[in-house]
Every structure is written in C-alpha cells, then in structure tokens.
Design a protein around this ligand. Structure first.
Ligand code: BG6
Length: 473
C-alpha cells in the first residue's frame, strides 16, 4: 500500500545504538571479573582475535559515552556482564563490577541518553556452564538473583530492561555461541532443555521486575528474521510457516503469550527434542507479561518445501544470519531479489517492515529495535575518517521502512542499530565492523585504540536532530 503522507517519528522515539559487554568491553579478567563462556572459548575462526581486549571500552567508558553524546543518541543499549557482578554466577557479589556499571549508567544519563540494559548477551558464567548451563535449575535461580541485584542497584536509574539477547540464536547456533559442548541429537536435546530453562528464567525475571520496579518496562530481545516462501507453491508456504514458527514464533509466543507455539512444539516432538516440563512451569510462563518486544533484525530468510535429503541443506558454515536448511523440514534458498553484504548476508529493508507488521499483528505490543546494521571492512581514509557511505545507505533504507511501519499503525518505541562503536563480531573478528565510532586496532595489532567518528555518525546525528526528516544527509 502507498501512503500519500507519512507520519513523523514520535517525539520521544528512542534513537539509539547498541553494544554487548563481551564484544566491546575487554578487561576480561579485571577487577574481580570471573570467566564467561566467551572467555574460555578456544576455537576462533582462523585469522580472528579473541575477546580479551575488544574495544577496551572498560577503560574508555567516559570517552566513548561522550562521543555518543556528541552524536546525540537518545538511547544506548548495552549489556551487563554477569561475571563482573557475580563472578561465578551464583556466589559472592563483586563490588568493583557493580561500581563499573554505576559509572557507565551515570555517564550515559549525564549525556541525556536513556540507558537500555540487556541482562544477558551470550556470556553465561563459565562456572554455571560447567554445571549444565540453563538445563540446571541452579542457573535459573542464579539468573533471577542476578536480575534482582541489577534491579536493586540500577533500578532507580534505568527504565528499560531486556532479559536475554537472541535466545533463539543461543539455541540454533549453540555450538558457535558456547551454549553446548555436545554433538548431534544429544546436543539438540540439551539445547531445547536449556531453552526451556531460559524461558523460565526470563519469565521469573520479568515478574520480579514488575514487582520491584513498577515504573520499569521489560521485554525479550530475540533475533527475528521473517521467513518468506520461495514461491507461491502451497508446499513452499507451509515450509515458510514451519520455519517461521521454529525460528521466530517459538520465542516470541513464549515471551508474550506464555505458551509454546503449537507448530514449534510439534517439530520438537517429531524430532525427539521436546524438553521436560516440570509441574508449575507453565503457570510461571503464563504469569509473565512483557511490556514490549525488542528484536534484532538483519535480514529475512527464504525457504522452499523440503526434498527430504541433503539437498535441503546449504553448506556455508555456521552463521546465525544465513538460512541453512534442515532435512525434511525446509530447504534453504537464496532470495534472488536481494543483494548481499560482504559477508554473504542478504539485505532486505522491506522485510524489516514486514517483520514489524508480523510482530505487531501477533502481539499488539510496542516494538523496540535493538539491533540492525551493516558489517563491513571499513578503512580509515587519508583524512583520518571512515567514509562509510555504504552503511549510511543501509541504515537510511531501513529507517525509511520504520516510517512506513509507523504509517501501517505499528507502535515503534525506538531504533538502536548495531553498533554504537566498533567491537568484535560474534565469530568474524574485529575486521567486521559495525560501529558509528571507529576504534583504531587491527585483528591482532592493538595499536592505540584511538576513537574517531565515522561519516555515518555525522549523518545519524542529523537524522536524530531532524527526528528522521533528513535521511538523505
Ligand atoms: C546479533 C548479536 O546476532 O548480531 C550480536 O546479537 C552480533 O552479538 C550481531 O554481533 C552481528 O553479528 P556478527 O556475527 O556479525 O557479530
């Protein structure tokens, strides 16, 4: 549908940017921090760095937040490293770690920026992982206690809370993200039991948030990639429905409706991976009510009816954003209408609008975009600036679609692209950059870690100042 006139972005729209603790902070063992699953990872793809120093944000907090203030961000979405607060996950609290996030939050607020906190972004305390991770009731209890510490410490300063970043990726790419060390069917059974544990932990954290902080808003933050059928063949449409259910709605239905999506449940039963559900679990899940749904959007996926053999699979290595296929469930297909970025990820701004509409239709909850962005091999120009016009183009075309989604009647709270500052990709190193702020280091040469604003940050500043009216730069 075309609109003669598009609405303006709301005045209180949260124009922001995002990071996560283990990808940006560095200082991996400083001031009493315990190891997380990310710190003990030993297998890094060839030619990529580990997470020990990252962008060294831990030692550059004031400078980094001042730059975010210069850009004019209205919101900063970041995560708290559980292992800084409780180094072994469920033991003693660490005063130095707690103090660090007070400093960060205070600096953010002093710049007039609204903090949005992710409680858990891929960095489970290693000590808890060694005891079975989320399949162990002790981890669920430890997360609820961790959440209570965060509410106690930061609740008077922070209004927006996100429970778990991309729970669906933690399950579907469990090996790559450190959720499981098992293989094959055993890994899948373990992962979906951990998935159930995460749902319970999330539900209890949401319930406690509402009890302790009546003014606060809390929601989940899955990665949502709307799934298209490869054609209008009815069998392709069924395959797209199935994969939408397993990849997306399983997570959002549980968070918003407190129940397992029935197609996704049928899939789990068929595979023999359905989790054990204890008495009382479903009541806890049903009692938790999010105030909004946050989601990370990078691209859509396209699938066809499965052939039931290896041709359903796409051999492209582990990558959370690429459709990979599953024998007998759906066949992975490239979308011929979409270009790809330098890392093979499809680029689909219109699919962003479709994703908004689908989420809004299903839940009628406000939506907050907590990630979207373009990974690229940025180069510093001779003038000392990264001229990332390709990123401006990507962001511009996605913001245009938010405006259309607003016209469609969707309630959008804000947009926090990935990422505020250069950081380490989950599996493709430091050279895959996303930031508005450049950090001068290479994959292994740390150089001086100097910060400088990229061209996209000046463009984004104008977008924010004009409330989305000046997108052309
Ligand atoms: C999301 C994650 O999957 O995508 C981020 O929440 C991640 O942690 C981002 O960095 C981009 O993915 P990648 O693999 O390029 O780092």
């Amino acid at each position: 549908m075309h609109y003669a006139q598009l609405p303006a972005f709301p005045e209180d729209f949260l124009w922001g940017a995002s990071t996560s603790a283990y990808q940006v902070e560095g200082a991996w063992d400083a001031d009493g921090k315990g190891p997380s699953v990310q710190d003990v990872r030993t297998h890094f793809p060839e030619g990529t760095t580990d997470f020990k120093v990252a962008a060294d944000h831990y030692h550059h907090v004031e400078e980094d937040v001042a730059l975010m203030g210069e850009i004019g961000l209205k919101a900063y979405r970041f995560s708290i490293a559980w292992t800084r607060i409780v180094p072994d996950g469920d033991g003693e609290e660490n005063a130095a770690g707690i103090a660090f996030y007070h400093r960060l939050i205070d600096a953010v607020i002093a710049q007039g920026i609204t903090p949005i906190i992710t409680m858990y972004h891929f960095d489970l305390p290693q000590a808890l992982a060694e005891r079975g991770g989320w399949a162990n009731q002790a981890t669920i209890d430890a997360f609820v206690r961790f959440a209570e510490i965060l509410y106690r410490e930061y609740g008077s300063k922070v209004r927006y809370w996100l429970t778990i970043n991309e729970q669906n990726m933690l399950i579907m790419y469990g090996k790559m993200l450190g959720t499981t060390t098992l293989e094959g069917d055993a890994a899948q059974r373990d992962l979906y039991q951990q998935n159930h544990g995460m749902f319970l932990a999330q539900a209890r954290a949401m319930i406690r948030c509402h009890e302790l902080l009546p003014e606060a808003k809390i929601g989940p933050a899955p990665n949502v990639a709307y799934v298209y059928p490869a054609s209008c063949a009815p069998e392709d449409v069924v395959a797209a429905d199935d994969w939408n259910a397993v990849r997306n709605w399983l997570y959002t239905d549980l968070a918003a409706r407190g129940e397992y999506n029935s197609l996704a449940w049928a899939y789990l039963v068929e595979k023999g991976w359905a989790p054990a559900i204890a008495e009382g679990d479903m009541e806890i899940l049903a009692a938790a009510k999010p105030d909004f749904i946050a989601f990370n959007y990078y691209a859509t996926q396209t699938v066809a009816a499965p052939s039931g053999d290896a041709s359903d699979l796409r051999a492209r290595g582990e990558d959370q954003q690429m459709v990979r296929g599953e024998v007998g469930v759906y066949k992975a297909v490239d979308n011929p209408n979409l270009p790809k970025n330098a890392f093979g990820w499809e680029i689909d701004p219109v699919g962003f609008r479709t994703t908004f509409r689908a989420l809004w239709d299903r839940y009628r909850l406000p939506l907050l975009v907590t990630e979207n962005g373009l990974g690229a091999f940025d180069e510093l120009g001779e003038d000392g600036m990264v001229h990332d016009d390709y990123r401006i183009d990507y962001l511009q075309r996605h913001i245009e679609q938010i405006r259309l989604a607003l016209a469609d009647g969707v309630d959008v709270l804000g947009y926090c692209p990935w990422s505020a500052i250069d950081l380490i990709s989950t599996h493709q190193g430091f050279s895959k950059r996303y930031g508005f702020i450049h950090v001068d280091r290479d994959e292994f040469d740390l150089k001086d870690l100097a910060r400088s604003r990229k061209k996209s940050s000046y463009w984004y500043q104008e977008v924010i100042e004009s409330r989305g009216a000046r997108l052309d730069g």
